[in-house]
Design a protein around this ligand. Sequence first.
Ligand code: NAP
Length: 470
Amino acid sequence: MPIATTNPATGQVLKTYEAMSDEQIDAAIERADLAFRQLRETTIAQRARWLTAAADLLDAERDETARLMTTEMGKTYAAAKAEVTKCATACRFYADNAPGMLADEPADAAAVKAKRAYVRYQPIGPVLAVMPWNFPLWQVMRFAAPALMAGNTGLLKHASNVPQTALYLEDLFRRAGFPEGAFTTLLVGSDAVDRILSDPRVRAATLTGSEPAGRSIAQIAGREIKKTVLELGGSDPFVVMPSADLDTAAEVATTARCQNNGQSCIAAKRFIVHTDVFDAFAEKFAARMAALRVGDPMDDGTDVGPLASERGRDEVHAQVTDAVDQGATVLCGGEKPAGDGWYYPPTVVTDLRPEMRMWSEEVFGPVAGLYRVGSYDEAIEVANGTSFGLGSNAWTNDPAEQERFAVDLDAGNVFINGMTTSYPELPFGGVKNSGYGRELSAAGMREFCNTKTVWIGEGEAGAGAGAHSE
Ligand code: NAP
């Protein structure tokens, strides 16, 4: 894939970049390794000051950074501005809370026959981050903020269609005060990932992206015995039960499916509705989806901009066409528009069956699959009947049912009567083919820490006798 900025609203190539040479990659890894030695000696308070400075820069540069993202991948300008603000919030969250998250944790010294015992969280070194284009700032920030706070350094291989946002991120952390090499953008294609992750100086990798990319990185990391966090695709269920407030559910369903032009891993993608309220919900939902304004992402009045690439739009349309050809019903949308830009209309498809691609595949665009179910048990069966397990939503005002959904939905998160989203305060990640490991919260920060056991004894012979020794 060429490394280039191509405006999805027009299809125009605005800027192209040469991929870095092997020598340049090597020099960048060397700088990241040297910066790690420097960073791990700095205090948490110093790193917090730098991260707060990054937050201040993000706030001050919000509009121009947002314009860059909209130009590179087509999200609406309003959504892009909100993304910049969310990144600043995450930086401040880690600057404020890292001291507590990284503090030594005392253990019961008597129980482990020590004078003193505790757990210490230490950084591990340069971490490779392979990132997607859909939230070009936020996906990187939710790795970078906790990783830098912990004292690790970052090597970013961003998606090939967002090079300018990638370069902005390197520049941001440098201007915020982090040492040279603490955060480096590598302008490389995915073919360079094996070489980078195999380098002994690179200690771990995090990937947010598709399942095939996840499998590829996990194989390399397995061979090299390196830690990975994988945030992969999702086909989140959005279950609507008879006790739900249907108007609110339909309103939130529309946002949950079409936010970011339908290109979010945690977008609700499969709408599983109890038969008692199916027709009423379908009507309200399809009407709202059809009313969304598709157009220039820079316009204030636009709800849905173009998809990020022509290939992405073709794929979404092929999935819809496959379902229609096999008997599915389109309630709204479903036609690929003519003209410039990679636009696709908000679409609702029902009468889906397991042999259709939409049943089992992730649809990365503003297309909703609508499923009719007859009971709670059937709703769970359809919701969990996928290889993915990222987010999940259930709409019910029955308290007992709320508790059951929280237990029974097989996903990394369950949101009841609300849209799945990410917060710095809460762990984020998936199960099954949606990946493993967690980002955000203390859990995310500790993924790239050495959880070190420290045991200090009196030095008497026989200490620890009777315990297992491996
Ligand atoms: P993608 O094709 O997997 O690309 C993501 C990143 O991986 C890019 O930097 C890409 O580089 C790189 N890459 C692709 N194939 C690779 C390989 N074989 N080895 C190493 N690196 C490779 O994904 P996408 O289509 O851009 O993004 C959409 C996918 O990401 C969806 O499945 C979505 O659900 C998922 N996603 C998941 C989360 C989450 O938190 N779980 C969040 C956002 C998106 P190039 O650009 O150079 O190809």
